[in-house]
Design a protein around this ligand. Structure first.
Ligand SMILES: Nc1ncnc2c1ncn2[C@@H]1O[C@H](COP(=O)(O)OP(=O)(O)OP(=O)(O)O)[C@@H](O)[C@H]1O
Ligand SMILES: [Mg+2]
Length: 229
């Protein structure tokens, strides 16, 4: 048991009234709140892409979704040693290029990290997902697919961004349908307009997304261009 690096975590800790001293209190219990939080924070520090490593879910509708996820998880897992993410509604972040969808998505994973909940999240962009699932020698694509389909919490960035083919449509459908049927919380981002969604991902995927997701449209201008100006 070692302390975790809490650089960049003040806002996320403050949001839950937690302190660095609480998180790095090495009690010796591997299942208590601080130990679970340290594991989650360490994973976020190690694997979230560099530019999102201090991201905060500062959009109120996004943090409200995360708050509902926290409440439901605690209710569903009362009495369990470690609260673990179960069934919940998903989140669909829409908006044009550069407004901060991916930032909010990783910000949400970071927002959840100190709460003492085991999230076991998996994150991918849809392009990386297709690359990981492309049939090739030595890789069991079905077991790769299950890694994403069964993840307790999944981030699928840039849904509908790539030019679609029958094969990518089938992957999208199978993934969304599995998450839909099992009510597994998923954070989707897409830079299509709400009215274009069906055109981009097909009727059957978009119908399921509309039912299973809280939809948040992020407004604004391209922050990358703003930063460059
Ligand atoms: N709330 C925020 N506070 C500070 N920086 C932000 C915020 N939101 C986004 N950014 C920064 O703005 C840039 C664009 O954000 P991001 O990559 O999340 O956009 P996006 O909507 O996902 O774009 P795309 O559609 O191209 O994927 C990044 O450099 C990101 O770090
Ligand atoms: Mg993005």
């Amino acid at each position: 048991m070692t302390p975790v690096d809490l650089t960049g975590w003040n806002t996320a800790l403050d949001a839950h009234n937690l302190t660095p001293a609480f998180i790095n209190d090495l009690t010796g219990d591997p299942y208590d709140h601080p130990a679970t939080a340290r594991t989650e924070i360490r994973r976020a520090n190690d694997t979230i892409p560099f530019i999102y490593r201090t991201a905060i879910a500062d959009h109120t509708e996004v943090s409200s979704w995360a708050d509902r996820l926290i409440t439901t998880t605690r209710e569903q897992t009362t009495g369990r040693i470690v609260p673990t993410i179960g069934r919940h509604r998903s989140l669909l972040l829409l908006g044009p290029t550069g407004v901060g969808k991916t930032h909010q998505a990783y910000g949400t994973l970071r927002y959840l990290a100190p709460t003492g909940i085991r999230t076991a999240w998996t994150a991918t962009s849809s392009a990386d997902l297709y690359a990981a699932l492309r049939p090739r020698a030595g890789v069991d694509s079905e077991s790769e697919f299950r890694r994403y389909a069964h993840a307790p919490l999944l981030l699928v960035d840039d849904l509908g961004a790539a030019k679609s083919s029958e094969w990518t449509e089938e992957i999208n459908f199978r993934l969304v349908n599995h998450r839909y049927e099992n009510q597994l919380p998923t954070i989707f981002t897409s830079n299509v307009l709400p009215k274009e969604l069906a055109d981009r991902v097909g009727d059957r995927v978009s119908s399921r997304l509309i039912e299973m997701c809280d939809r948040v449209v992020i407004q604004g201008t391209d922050r990358r261009r703003q930063a460059a100006a």
